[in-house]
Design a protein around this ligand. Sequence first.
Ligand SMILES: NC(=O)c1ccc[n+]([C@@H]2O[C@H](COP(=O)([O-])OP(=O)(O)OC[C@H]3O[C@@H](n4cnc5c(N)ncnc54)[C@H](O)[C@@H]3O)[C@@H](O)[C@H]2O)c1
Ligand SMILES: O=C(O)C[C@H](O)C(=O)O
Length: 320
Amino acid sequence: MARPKIALIGAGQIGGTLAHLAAIKELGDVVMFDISEGTPQGKALDIAESGPSEGFDGSFKGTNDYADIADADVCIVTAGVPRKPGMSRDDLLGINLKVMKSVGEGIKAHAPNAFVICITNPLDAMVWALQKFSGLPANKVVGMAGVLDSARFRHFLSVEFGVSMRDVTAFVLGGHGDTMVPSVRYSTVGGIPLPDLVEMGWTSQEKLDAIVQRTRDGGAEIVGLLKTGSAFYAPATSAIEMAEAYLKDQKRLLPCAAYCDGELGVKDMYVGVPTIIGAGGIEKVVDIKLNKEEQVMFDKSVDAVKGLVEACKGIDPSLA
Ligand SMILES: NC(=O)c1ccc[n+]([C@@H]2O[C@H](COP(=O)([O-])OP(=O)(O)OC[C@H]3O[C@@H](n4cnc5c(N)ncnc54)[C@H](O)[C@@H]3O)[C@@H](O)[C@H]2O)c1
Ligand SMILES: O=C(O)C[C@H](O)C(=O)O
């Protein structure tokens, strides 16, 4: 059977890391597309040349021509610009919306059957626009953020409790912005919910609150340290986890920015919710019940995303 084809739209920091991870995990043949001439070609060749030492098979091609992504099984979109210190993700909306238009048209023309994972910020509004511009079914277009935010939450919790990250589960819901909702009640260490761990005296409420806030600020913390761009290793790893779930029909239950049609009270928009990813794309949005306090935080986050979607419609009337 032929290897799956993975198209990476954007060959910058995340795009390059995605290609390297896809190679090492032998997920398929990789095509890297970028408007910058030489960048995708150089990165693809460099990764191919690491194959003999690493011992993977696969073909790696860099291109500036959308025709080369033809019939891709998976497209992962990182095209656009990242923020710099002092900026919010929302400041990227105008410039990255134009990028989503050209990317959406490229995917529609050449890879209409792909499972599309959008990473470009501001994430929830960009994946919404990408789905509209591409015209692909909503269950085949998804945004990556919740897996990353949850991984950050899991990492901070594993350090606090001194246990393996493998034994920490966490869910971060809502929009990928300052209002995101790290769910304390649905996150566990060794299966024990976080509120019980506070009750047991294993940590304090103050420490837990600080971890929740650090998770919300996780992207800005890295931007402040790097100064020239944003995180790329963990974001790429998170998107590869989603791509693998699709390609291998793993039925993973992962928090993703998915199209909601009433689930969690959200209608006709994308926002971070628990989903099941398998060969059918987003096979299910898991309609979990939030308590009153969680619902207030979640609704506030949804409202923030709604504002960005309205801004997109104002900039590009074809989206209205
Ligand atoms: N969703 C998340 O959790 C998450 C995490 C990290 C970063 N991001 C976002 O991902 C995006 C990419 O980040 P990065 O660090 O890889 O940035 P980067 O600047 O390193 O790479 C972006 C690439 O996009 C290319 N590009 C620009 N316009 C294009 C177009 N019209 N068509 C094709 N390619 C185009 C650029 O040439 C560049 O190579 C940013 O918007 C960033 O904010 C999101
Ligand atoms: O924070 C950013 O600008 C990039 C990304 O959204 C992240 O959370 O790392």
